[in-house]
Design a protein around this ligand. Structure first.
Ligand SMILES: Nc1ncnc2c1ncn2[C@@H]1O[C@H](COP(=O)(O)OP(=O)(O)OP(=O)(O)O)[C@@H](O)[C@H]1O
Ligand SMILES: [Mg+2]
Length: 376
């Protein structure tokens, strides 16, 4: 298990105040789990990862790995990186040229003070090379590998030390889209088969959703939400998280009332009344933003209003974009433009009238501090 508690890391600058790159960062990763730090460029992901590795010295906080404290400001304790036994793969991994695949993977063992025997090194290296499926290329020069193979070699080199914890900083970022997707599955397999506690850094939300047991979304040095991928996707707590994790529609409104029985809020919006769910508690009149995923807007050429039910609106198709497996449809509802994702069998096209139905469970109300309160 890895536990990071109230971690703060700053960078000194020649002029001006220090950069507060990681602020009050706290999270726990159970043994064998895949944990992702996700956020836009500059939000502090690498800083947090390097602080865990011991490559940056935090200003305060505590880091504990499998019951051993490796950094603590109150205890004035700092274990140097080479004594932490964490494996790390950087965004720009370095493969040593003029060396075979085997020697690249063996290198961390060769330079160890308590260097294992030749046979022990051979066994261990071949074991990690087969874990990343490079054993058949052991004797090849490392530079004569594809991008994805080099990536796997970098991973093998991190695994050869049998790290307690694996730290990965955007390890797939310099691969092309297709290879990146294939490596995602590989990475997940290696992680699972070896029961590796993994901290993964990425700014790619699709990657985070696909790989992680849990995701921490970061913004401006702070973690703004932690949860399982589905939880973060379906219950974003802020506009930032909703917007960052995939495409979403935002509809502004004000709370009109709360239905105790259904546990739903009624919101007054520009497209009409909307029943929604919320994790937070709102008073009447409170300004909210409703987040709705495109795939949760059902489009029908039939007039669904006749069936009764809530959250049914009439609109007009503005544009459609055919994407193979689905169609992205921009629908004008009153003054609002909503994006829906529909099945390619949708017959209606541009300028056709259409009915929208949105399941209230899929409408998430989020506090919107940017607008003022309004009397209900
Ligand atoms: N050595 C440094 N000296 C001063 N400021 C730094 C240093 N390294 C990073 N920073 C600043 O700290 C903040 C966090 O940087 P960090 O590298 O952790 O971001 P990141 O989330 O990994 O971004 P990216 O996705 O671009 O890699 C940024 O504002 C960055 O400019
Ligand atoms: Mg980074």
């Amino acid at each position: 298990m890895l536990s990071v508690r109230a971690l703060n890391t700053e960078y000194q600058t020649p002029k001006g105040p220090p950069v507060k790159a990681a602020q009050d960062v706290s999270f726990e990763v159970p043994k064998g789990k895949f944990f992702t730090l996700l956020g836009p460029s500059g939000c502090g992901k690498t800083t947090t990862l390097r602080s865990i590795a011991g490559l940056e010295k935090p200003t305060s906080g505590e880091i504990e790995a499998n019951g051993r404290i490796v950094y603590s400001s109150p205890k004035n304790l700092f274990v140097p990186p080479n004594k932490r036994n964490f494996g790390m793969v950087f965004q720009s991994y370095a493969i040593w040229p003029h060396m075979t695949v085997f020697s690249n993977a063996a290198f961390p063992l060769e330079v160890r003070k308590d260097k294992p025997s030749r046979q022990a090194i051979r066994d261990k290296v071949m074991q990690v090379l087969s874990a990343v499926q490079l054993d058949h290329l052991a004797e090849r020069e490392a530079t004569r590998l594809s991008g994805g193979q080099q990536q796997r070699l970098a991973l093998a080199r991190a695994l050869v030390m049998e790290p307690e914890i694996l730290l990965l900083d955007e390890p797939l970022s310099n691969l092309d889209a297709k290879l990146r997707e294939a490596m995602r599955f590989e990475l997940k397999r290696i992680q699972r088969e070896n029961g590796l506690t993994t901290i993964y850094v990425t700014h790619d939300q699709g990657e985070a959703l696909a790989l992680s047991h849990e995701i921490a979304v970061m913004s401006e040095g702070r973690i703004v939400q932690i949860g399982a991928p589905r939880d973060i996707y379906n219950h974003p707590r802020t506009k930032f998280v909703a917007d960052f994790i995939g495409t979403t529609n935002f509809i502004d409104g004000n709370v009109k009332g709360f239905d105790d029985k259904a546990g739903r809020y009624r919101i007054d919006t520009a497209v009409g009344d909307m029943l929604v769910q919320a994790d937070a508690r709102f008073e009447n009149g409170a300004p909210v933003s409703i987040s709705i995923r495109p795939e949760d807007i059902e489009l029908s050429e039939r007039d669904l209003q006749a069936d009764g039910g809530s959250n049914i609106y009439r609109g007009m198709i503005d544009t459609t974009v055919f994407l193979g497996d689905f169609v992205d449809v921009q629908v004008k509802v009153g003054n609002a433009m909503l994006q829906a994702r529909s099945h390619p069998s949708l017959g209606a096209g541009e300028d056709d009238a259409i009915t929208l139905r949105i399941n209230p469970d899929k409408c998430v109300a989020i506090a919107d501090e940017s607008r003022g309160r309004r009397a209900a």
